[in-house]
Design a protein around this ligand. Structure first.
Ligand code: PEP
Ligand code: MN
Length: 360
């Protein structure tokens, strides 16, 4: 995956960054007046580098507004002509991609519902072969990192090099204040593996205006590369996603309020270097401890084999977990972290013992 390091340098829209680089515009292009009024106001904001607007909308229920289609591409192209902002829209099928190219769209975004389907992603990649268009790849609806990576690989194999990730959060079964749970660790991992620019779509993560500011700050704090924000000249009248859209004026205020963070947490910062050294030592100790624990687990496996005992002793496992959660609470450790860590350790231990008992 080393060649992906080139993507960042290659990507034209990242050439002149005015941080936080922002892609803004309405959820849907609704009328000529709406897109032009919105685009004119957005063009006054220096951080806004690209205008977005949905032409074909993927809707949960069939009778909802599904976008204006081709006529809206005429208006979007007009907004580009007037403001000089490059434009992006969602393409879910080869026909969408073809029409978008016909109307001088600069970047296509692949929506979360499309990225879940490798057949659709492949069809799009095939349709774009031979072009040099920028493709913004949203994360799939489900928190599946490999599926997201797979989409990048399909476009890459088709010869497309201008690839950017859009993090828009994930469907999640637990209750949360977000429309789509951010699970920041997933885009962080994507960036580590592919080294692509990652833009945070705060609008679809939040689903409401109130959380936008904090989420934008979080994105900057985590050193992501920019924001996608839904902005509409009259958000309360929007045909789609009215609750999460903000006026261009509100967007300007939001962007001004973000505190910048240096990405180059400098190598010459001694305090940071010392603390990082401490983390490295602790990690080394953790590794030693994990290896010791797995060793003991193997010994238990041998013993269970001799005695004809089952690998999983459910009562014992429940007891261990509840003891650890109790201790962890006293130590101020998050319950979610402990559950994840001990579930993973327990799984690895079961696997080790199963292989000893010969039923792995
Ligand atoms: C959108 O950006 O308007 C959209 C439909 O996004 P997503 O695919 O992330 O739901
Ligand atoms: Mn939307």
């Amino acid at each position: 995956m080393k060649k992906n390091a080139l993507l960042r340098q290659n990507c034209r829209i990242f050439a002149s960054m005015n941080y936080p680089l922002t892609i803004a515009g309405p959820c849907s292009v609704e009328s000529e007046e709406q897109i032009l009024a919105t685009a004119r106001a957005l063009a006054q904001i220096p951080e806004v580098k690209m205008l977005r607007g949905g032409i074909w909308k993927p809707r949960t229920r069939p009778d909802a507004f599904e976008g204006r289609g081709e006529e809206a591409l005429v208006w979007l192209r007009e907004a580009k002509r007037e403001t000089g902002l490059p434009i992006t829209t969602e393409a879910a099928t080869p026909e969408h991609a073809e029409l978008a190219l016909k109307y001088d769209v600069d970047a296509l975004w692949v929506g979360a519902r499309t990225v879940v389907n490798p057949f659709s992603v492949q069809q799009l990649a095939d349709a774009l072969k031979g072009t040099h268009i920028t493709v913004l790849i949203k994360n799939p609806v489900s928190p599946d990192l490999n599926l997201w990576i797979g989409a990048f690989e399909r476009f890459q194999k088709a010869g497309l090099t201008q690839l950017v990730a859009i993090h828009r959060g994930f469907s999640y079964y637990k209750e949360s204040p977000y429309r789509n749970y951010p699970m920041w660790e997933i885009p962080i991992e994507l960036k580590r593996i592919l080294d692509v620019p990652v833009i945070t779509d705060i609008s679809h993560i939040c689903g409401c205006r109130e959380l936008l500011q904090d989420t934008a700050q979080k994105s900057v704090d985590l050193a992501f590369d920019g924001l996608m924000v839904e902005s509409h000249f009259m958000p309360e009248t929007a045909f789609t996603d009215a609750h999460q859209q903000i006026t261009p004026e509100a967007l300007a205020v939001l962007l001004k309020s973000i505190s910048p963070r240096s990405k180059q947490a400098a190598n010459d910062d001694q305090v940071l270097a010392a603390l990082r050294g401490e983390i490295d030592d602790i990690d080394a100790e953790l590794l030693q401890l994990l290896a010791r624990r797995m060793n003991v687990s193997s010994q238990i496996g041998e013993y269970k084999k001799q005695k004809g005992l089952t690998v999983v002793q459910m009562e014992r496992w429940k007891q261990i977990l509840s003891d650890h959660l109790e201790t962890g609470k006293e130590l101020g450790l998050p319950k979610e972290l402990l559950e994840k860590v001990f579930e993973a350790i327990h799984q690895a231990s079961i696997q080790r013992q199963s292989s000893i008992l010969g039923n792995s």
